[in-house]
Design a protein around this ligand. Structure first.
Ligand code: GCV
Length: 681
């Protein structure tokens, strides 16, 4: 009996193995057999090829340059120097690889064990997706990941709960102990196979036992976990309690400029890096939602981040500092206070002050992972600071792994957003890849959606977000369609008819969720605290800074020059476009403007008619997605079929509730009937 699903590493037998004959041997060069990552790559290749094709090609080790198109200028691979290193310690080694078709097999070349590992997964993916090996590798395939850091952030607590977790409990922790078992290794395999190279293993809200991670209590287990990760090219990171000096150190301050505080951290970090040799750095949530931070001492975020960064630099460590800093005790009556501004206002003034081993981690939007937000103006605002994009695949506000919501199309939009921060290479993808400003430490992080459920992600289809996040972070040019197709073929079924149907469910699912939930970029009409399901006024008179400001005449938040001024934080022409109700894209118009219900959108519809139409459509389209799934009953493994089918039942109830509550609410506020005379309550 399997304890958990193998997902895309299931390696089912392939019937259509038309060109496996070319796989007499696989030669590997550029990293030796003694490298644990190479050993893992070889094991994976052998197991996968045996299971899928029933072949056992010879694995031959050669020196770099022993094959056609060898490492170096002729192969197009860059030299072996570390992509990002501090004090001689490599944080991110060269991850490039090349796969070439040879007379009797394939040749893998790379400059590091990580490159070999990724090449092995490339070959296995090719076979698993029933692509032709010959066509794929005939003219040689050289791959270099798009982003230096491709990271998962776990919000796992040491008591085994997961903040915003919708797929069971943590597989890292049980009762405040760290668990390392077979599942830990399979987790590392799964995420390495899609290119993840860094993991933060604990919740950014560091409390209780987690504050003691940097003490003798957990060092041995963490060292062991770090080794498992390292075998799959994954760097281990911890979330850090900013006030550790007080909470575990016995000091009465966490002032980043206090010599006693600095001395405590110096001793602590010396101990931590000695006891956990594979540790790569820390993620810090400070001055946010009740967490302590430098503001308490009248210091800046840069003061806090730099103090820690200077200390960990000696060990080659980095500090990832979150920009999710805002006032969560706002007065809803203050219409000029704007939570959307807070990240920018708190971090922009110190652009250039952050030291070179600090990375600012920026949520994709200025609020908090809503189904539709503009891109944070910090991305494209900051020009002299290492930056990393933070997205969330945990679907806290986007259906909680009950409702199907394939997020890759949303991530593609964000990555493709033109910030106008420079003459060229100005998209978010350019910035976080390091291309725009030449930063060595940058990349993309996702709040992960994993837990100890049999299928890891609650809903099998939510696995597409885990798979897709990794694939997209590794290769930003992949399309949402390519990623969905790979996921389905590798995880669910390679029957072309089934693949088509599931593509037809995944691809529009984000748009469908958006239609039946909060309209036109306004967001937040959710049940407070749980964040699942509709409650139009749930946050309206609360302290969290998340309002729709609806009255009998209209709705939306005025973030223009006449309102909070947020629209002007963007580079031109984005600022002018967002500032104008006529130019602002429909999907964001209520994020930026307070408008009458009768305002005409670019679509030609009024705001109120758009609300009615999109909600009825969203519910209808959710029903169609569910019906498509039901038709697959005889073609799917029953565990997968029933898992998703039951969730669709809940999604339909949710969509219906959203549709009826939102439509009724705005009909009652506005008194304007639906042009099509449909039932509104
Ligand atoms: C980890 C939102 C979530 C919180 C989360 C926070 C964050 O507010 O609701 O659960 O805390 O974001 O990103 O830090």
């Amino acid at each position: 009996m399997k304890k958990y699903a193998s997902l895309w590493l299931d390696y089912k037998a392939k019937k259509n193995n038309r060109d496996c004959g070319c796989l007499g041997s696989i030669s590997i060069s550029g990293a030796g057999e003694s490298d644990i990552r190479v050993q893992n790559a070889v094991r994976e290749l052998k197991n996968g090829l045996k299971a899928m094709l029933d072949i056992e090609p010879e694995i031959v080790f050669g020196s770099a340059g022993s094959h056609t198109g060898a490492v170096g200028s002729s192969s197009g691979l860059s030299d072996g120097s570390a992509a990002g290193s501090l004090n001689g310690q490599s944080i991110l080694d060269n991850e490039e690889y090349r796969i070439t078709l040879e007379k009797d097999g394939l040749a893998i070349e790379a400059n590091s064990g990580r490159g070999i590992l990724y090449a092995a997964f490339d070959i296995l993916r090719c076979i698993s997706c029933e692509r032709s090996l010959k066509e794929t590798y005939a003219s040689g395939k050289t791959v270099r990941p798009s982003n230096p850091l491709r990271m998962l952030n776990h919000w796992d607590n040491m008591d085994g709960t997961i903040e915003r977790g919708y797929s069971g409990r943590s597989f890292f922790y049980v009762d405040n102990e760290i668990v390392i078992d077979e599942r830990t290794v399979d987790y590392a395999r799964l995420i390495a196979s899609v290119g993840i190279n860094a993991v933060v293993i604990n919740n950014v809200n560091v409390k209780d036992a987690a504050s003691y991670m940097i003490t003798d209590r957990y060092y041995d287990k963490l060292a062991k976990l770090g080794e498992v990760f390292a075998g799959y090219g994954i760097g281990l990171y911890l979330s850090l309690n900013y006030a550790s000096t007080i909470e575990i150190g016995g000091l009465d301050s966490a002032d980043p400029l206090d010599p006693e505080v600095i001395a405590w951290w110096k001793d602590k970090m010396a101990e931590v890096f000695e006891r956990i040799p594979t540790l790569k750095g820390f993620l810090v949530k400070a001055d946010s939602e009740g967490r302590p931070g430098p503001f308490t001492y009248g210091r800046t975020q840069a003061d806090g981040a730099n103090m820690l960064a200077d200390i960990v630099k000696e060990y080659g460590g980095i500090i990832i500092w979150r920009c999710f800093v805002y006032n969560c005790k706002q007065d809803w009556r203050h219409t000029k206070t704007d939570r959307a501004r807070s990240g920018y206002d708190n971090f922009m003034p110190m652009d250039g002050d952050y030291h070179d081993n600090v990375i600012l981690q920026i949520k994709n939007g200025p609020m908090d992972f809503q189904i539709r937000e503009p891109v944070s103006p910090l991305l494209g605002g900051l020009k002299k600071t290492n930056q990393m994009l933070e997205v969330q695949i945990a679907q806290e506000y986007t259906g909680q792994q009950i409702d199907v919501c394939y997020l890759i199309p949303m991530f593609k939009e964000i990555l493709g957003f033109k910030t106008y921060c420079s003459e060229k290479d100005d998209t978010v993808a350019d910035i976080i890849s390091g291309k725009t400003f030449g930063s060595r430490f940058s990349g993309i992080a996702a709040v992960t959606n994993t837990g100890n459920d049999f299928n890891w992600t609650g809903n099998y289809l939510a696995g597409a977000n885990l798979f897709g996040f990794g694939r997209l972070g590794f290769d930003t040019d992949l399309t949402s369609e390519q990623i969905a197709e790979e996921f389905i073929k590798m995880t669910i079924s390679d029957d072309p008819g089934v693949v088509d149907v599931i593509m037809g469910i995944l691809l529009p699912s984000r748009a469908v969720y958006e239609k039946y939930s909060a309209p036109l970029g306004i967001g937040w009409m959710v049940q407070p605290a749980t964040h699942y399901g509709c409650s139009v006024d749930g946050y309206e008179y609360d302290r969290w800074g998340t309002y729709h400001r609806a009255d009998h005449l209209g709705l939306g938040v005025d973030r223009t020059d006449k309102g909070t001024g947020y629209a002007l934080l963007y580079n031109e022409p984005n600022a002018s476009v967002y500032n104008s109700p006529d130019e602002c894209p429909d999907e964001l118009v209520l994020f930026f403007h307070h408008l009458p219900y009768t305002h005409k959108l670019h679509s030609g519809k009024t705001v109120i008619q758009h609300i009615y139409d999109s909600h009825f459509e969203g519910y209808e389209e959710a029903k169609q997605m569910a019906a498509k799934w039901e038709n697959l009953k005889d073609k799917l493994d029953s565990e997968i079929f029933y898992n998703v089918s039951k969730r669709f039942e809940r999604q339909l109830a949710n969509a219906r509730e959203w549709c009826d509550q939102v439509n009724s609410y705005f009909f009652r506020k506005s008194g304007i009937p639906d042009e099509k005379g449909r039932q509104i309550w």
